[in-house]
Every structure is written in C-alpha cells, then in structure tokens.
Design a binder for this molecule. Structure first.
Ligand code: AGP
Length: 608
C-alpha cells in the first residue's frame, strides 16, 4: 500500500516529506520519491528501494522549496523501479497516487491517441496527463483535477502539484484513505495519521468523492461536484505505534479487518458484470491458453497451499477441468509428470518462497505454462511465470497470512470463472450469479467481522485448551486446514484440520470432553453430512464450535455458535475464514504470544 504525504507551509519541505514518509514505512514499499516546487519549477527526485536511497539522493542533490509531495510506492502496475516510482510528471504537473485506476487501459489508449507519451508502466501517470491536458484548455488547477477525477474509475488518493501554483496542492480521495492536518503555518495531507503526528494531532479525514485545496490559508474541502464541505477536526489520541496499526493492537488484527478492502481491490477492474465474464487480460491466462488446457496443477506452501486446494475445487466444479494440487515443497522430490496442456498455477503471497519457486522451475523445465498468483509485484515468481495474476491485498506485515489468503481465494474464483466462461463449461446464468455474489463478498465480510467481540468472548473459553480440531467438507475443507494452521502458528496450540469424512478413519479417537472441535457448517450440499460429524463429536462429549449461516443449524449440538452471512456455496470460504482468523487471533492474544512475529517463523521463507 503506497504512502502519500503533501506539505504546503513556511518551512523547507524536502526533508520534512522524507521524515513523514519514514513514518509510513510500516505500510511496505519498494521505491520512493518527492516533487518540490522550488519557486520556479517542479524538481523531482526518485529512487528505487528504501527511503535511505532517496535520502542520499537529496543530500547529493538538495531541493529548496516549501510546497511538495512525497510518496512511497508498493507496486501494483509495473515492477518496482525508479521509472515507476512516484511522483509522475506530465508537463507542468506532478502527481502521487495510492490505489488502482480500474479503467487505466482505456484511458491510456485514449491519451496515446492524443499523442501523449508515457514514461512509466503505472496507472498513475494517466492522472498526470489528464490534469496536464485539462490545464492546457485553460482550466484552473482545481477544475483540471475535477475534470480528471470524473474520468477515473477505481480507487485513489492523489496529491497534485502544478508549476503554475507554487503554494497550492490539490488532494482527492475515493476508496483510498487520506487525512488532512492543520499545523502551525502549514497544511499537510497524508495517507495515514503517523505521517503527520510530528506536526499536529488535529486532523480532518477526507471522505470518498471529496477533494481539498491545500494552501497556507488552510484546507478548503469540497465534493468532486463542487459542493463545499464543512468538516470538524478530530483529535488523534493514539501513540505513534498505535497509529501505525490503525488503532489495532496488532498488525494481524488490522489485516483481518482490511479484508473487505483487499477483496475489492483484487476484484477491481477484473469483472464485467453485464457480460458475466472476467477480464482475460487482467488474469494472466489468455483465451487461447485457457481453451487448450487439459489439466491444472496447483503448487503452493502453507496458507497458500490451502488457497490452492480451494482453487482445485473451483476449477473442477466451475470450469470442469481436471485439477490436482501439490505441496510445492514435495513436488520436485517426487518424479512429477507434466503433460502437454497442463497449466501450472503457483500460488504465493510473497512470490519468493524457495520451495514454490523451485517447483515452478521444475514444471517449466518440463515445458509447463505457469500462471503465478502472487501479491508482491516484481517478486521472483512474478518475474519468471508465463502469466501473473496479482492479488491486490496490499503489504501484509503479520507473519500469519490473513488478507493475502482471502485475496488468493478471490483470485481462484476469478480464474475458475474465467476458464469456465472461456471454455463454455460455465453457463452465462450461473456465471452471472457467481459474479454478482462475488461483488457482494466485501459487504458480507464486513458483517462477519462484526462478530469480533463475540469471538473474543468464545476465545476466553478456549484459551487454556491444549488441542483443537477443525472440520469441514468440500469447499470448507481447506478452510478447516487453514483454521488449524492459523491457530497453531500464532497461539502454539496443537490443532489439526480434517475433512469431515475422515473422522471415522482416525481423528474421532481424539475426541473427549476436553477437545474443542470447530465445525464449518455453511449452508451447502455437504451440510447434512457435516451435521452427522457434529453428532459423532457430541456423542463423545466433544465441545462443538459451529460456524453457521443460520443460528438454528446446530443449536442443540453446539456449545458455541458463530453466525456469518450466507453466500453461494462455492464462495463460502471467503466468509467462513474470518471467524477462524479472529478465533486464532484472540486465543493467541489472550495467551500472550507474539501475534505478529510468532516464534520460529519468518514472513518470507526463502530457504528450503
Ligand atoms: C501463513 O500464515 C504462513 N506464514 C505460511 O504458511 C505461508 O503461507 C507460506 O510460507 C507460504 O508463503 P507464500 O504465500 O509467501 O509463498
């Protein structure tokens, strides 16, 4: 997730912008830059890598000036590099941006047809060109930004600086955060509170479809349609560390709550509701490739492996293509056979997992066509895959993967629908139902997140358990495995995830009155069978925690019940995962473990 800072005031601002960006480093970034008005012109400095590189550049080539914008970039369109770092410039205009412009392909084509030449691979540069073009028609900076915003679809927080307006910055937001700060002799804007806490604790939050004109006189806020907005300041009482976590106690909890947004961003620009199709260009599998697939082989480790298991289920049930899933860490130690027509899908949050990388290289050595499903732009798996589908979950800081997992689930749903529609195995009617439901998932996730306090209460009863069992069938089986992995990795409680149908084949022996058994019971064709498993557990005094869509589903059997919104059966893991994550989080927190950095684990496993 990119970080933005903007400053209009009476102090030299280049260093001040860097200091603000440092406070946004926790958001994750791969390059950084500033643009400062030096009284005559806009001076831009950008550098790939850490802020220190930008700092060194500014020491070597300082810039004077008291109006400027700065940015840390987390790549979404185009690899991390100096040329893709913000600010992006067109003529007299410099722009920084956080978010994703959905219609960037069409807008870029239109701009190129008008003779505009692009210097980067980013969607952001479009904004600079659009503002510059509007200024060229005689529009004021404010009017030029307004005209530009009307053409954008997607999510954005932007800050725009023009050579013609040395003491003015226009900022705007839609679905990406932006906060304004009124300090002594200065006005600032930033994508998050920590960047401005050194200046003031009095802030104003910009809302969707609003923009603000920042000048030394203050901040004038209005809607994109020009209606003036009066907004009272809010006093921030968080410490710097609390502010970095958005007020949450841990990054993991923050990331759990960021999931609706992560799914919105992962779906953004990738579905055509009216045609019940996915946008092939966005998914890394061209239609000709999709039509030639005979089998899909999914490779991944850990949490990503559970997303891959879900992918197999959807590719078989929705696209009707044979699919297998393999632990990437095992793949090259068998004698794996790759055949003509195999599409290999490598799923990885970091894109750097050594085992997944090695498995994918082995598959490519045997001639496989590889689709990488990764969250980190420019990562090794993204670079060497034949096609890439990025999950736009934003950087994940907690070692335990949460928002990246559900973003992977959404990506799997997109791939399955895309393959099904392209090959004619998924009807338009069913695709339409699935796609419309997919769009509703973020709202349903928000409703599931409202169970947080209830789940925290349940966790109190479970905090001293030494073991736990998680059960699910069909599409809920990977969720059960993921629930068990989450609990064990952050709370150190021994937990097992099983397919419900396996109970009689062994795990039933574990059940006694001390064993909590988490049962996934969404309303789907496996519900009846799962209820039989619940009966088996109850008959042996096991303590059932039921995740259900209807509170009556397992009322007489469950000791604890968590009700989550119903969705299409194929998509239920996107919702039922949330109580699993919250439960693990609260058990771990109450046990006092290091939730964000569990012992013995690393975020990115670059060794075998
Ligand atoms: C997730 O909570 C774990 N930390 C771990 O299992 C992780 O999913 C695994 O190491 C794979 O990582 P990747 O997605 O970056 O490839």
């Amino acid at each position: 997730m990119c970080g933005i800072i903007a400053y209009v005031g009476d102090k030299p601002c280049a260093q001040l912008l860097i200091d603000g960006l440092r406070k946004l480093e926790y958001r994750g970034y791969d390059s950084a830059g500033v643009a400062v008005h030096d009284g005559t012109q806009l001076v831009v400095r950008r550098a790939a890598g850490k802020l220190q590189s930008l700092q060194d550049l500014l020491i070597a080539e300082p810039i004077a000036g008291t109006t400027g914008i700065g940015h840390t970039r987390w790549a979404t369109h185009g690899p991390p590099s100096e040329r893709n770092a913000h600010p992006h410039v067109s003529g007299r205009v410099a722009v920084v941006h956080n978010g994703i412009i959905e219609n960037h392909v069409e807008l870029k084509q239109e701009l190129e047809a008008k003779g505009r030449v692009f210097a980067s691979d980013t969607d952001t540069e479009i904004v600079a060109h659009l503002v510059e073009l509007a200024l060229g028609t005689g529009a004021s900076l404010l009017e030029a930004v307004r005209q530009t915003l009307r053409q954008l679809r997607g999510a954005y927080a932007i800050a725009v600086l023009s050579r013609e307006d040395p003491e003015k910055i226009i900022v705007a937001r839609h679905a990406s955060p932006l906060v304004l700060a009124l300090a002594d002799g200065a006005v600032l804007a930033a994508s998050d509170v920590p960047a401005i806490l050194a200046h003031t604790r009095e802030v104003l939050f910009l809302e969707d479809n609003e923009l603000a004109v920042l000048s030394r006189d203050g901040a004038h806020i209005e809607t994109v349609d020009g209606v003036k907005v009066e907004r009272a300041a809010t006093t921030i009482r968080w410490s710097l560390v609390q502010a970095e976590r958005g007020g949450y106690k841990h990054f993991m909890l923050k990331e759990i709550h960021e999931q609706p947004r992560a799914i919105e961003d992962t779906l953004r620009g990738r579905i055509q509701l009216e045609h019940a199709r996915c946008v092939a260009d966005e998914l890394g599998v061209p239609e000709t490739t999709a039509k030639a697939i005979r089998r899909v082989v999914l490779l991944a480790c850990g949490t990503s492996f559970h997303a891959a298991m879900y992918g197999r289920y959807l590719i078989e049930s929705i696209a009707k293509i044979p699919a297998v899933v393999d632990l990437a860490s095992e793949f090259r130690y068998r004698d794996p056979v790759i055949c003509e027509g195999d599409l290999v899908i490598a799923v990885s949050q970091s894109g750097e997992t050594a085992d997944t990388l090695a498995a994918l290289k082995e598959a490519q050595r045997q001639g496989a066509n590889v689709l990488g499903v990764v969250n980190v732009q420019g990562s090794a798996i993204a670079r060497i895959s034949n096609g890439v589908l990025y999950t736009h979950a934003g950087p994940e800081i907690g070692v335990a993967s949460t928002k990246c997992f559900t973003a992977q689930l959404a990506a799997m749903a997109l791939v399955a629908i895309h393959l099904g529609r392209t090959r004619g195995s998924l009807s338009e009617e069913r695709a339409s139902v699935l796609i419309h439901e997919l769009v509703k998932i973020p709202e349903k996730m928000r409703a599931a997140l409202e169970q947080d306090a209830h789940i925290q209460q349940i966790a109190r009863d479970l905090v001293s358990s030494h073991n736990a069992l998680f059960l699910g069938r069909g599409v809920s089986c990977p969720v059960a495995l993921e629930g068990a992995l989450k609990l064990k990795e952050i709370s150190y409680v021994h937990a097992e995830g099983y397919a419900g149908g396996e109970m009689k084949h062994g795990p039933l022996a574990l059940v006694d009155k001390s064993l909590p058994v988490v049962c996934l019971l969404p309303d789907d064709p496996t519900l009846e069978k799962m209820l039989s498993n619940v009966q088996e557990v109850r008959a042996r005094d096991g303590q059932v925690l039921a995740i259900v869509n209807d509170e009556n589903t397992a009322k007489s059997l469950a000791k604890w019940t968590i009700v989550v919104p119903k969705t299409e059966p194929e998509l239920s893991p996107l919702i039922t995962t949330i109580p699993m994550q919250l439960l693990s989080y609260h058990v771990a927190d109450q046990r006092g473990t290091d939730v964000d950095q569990p012992r013995n684990l690393a975020k990115t496993v670059t060794v075998e």
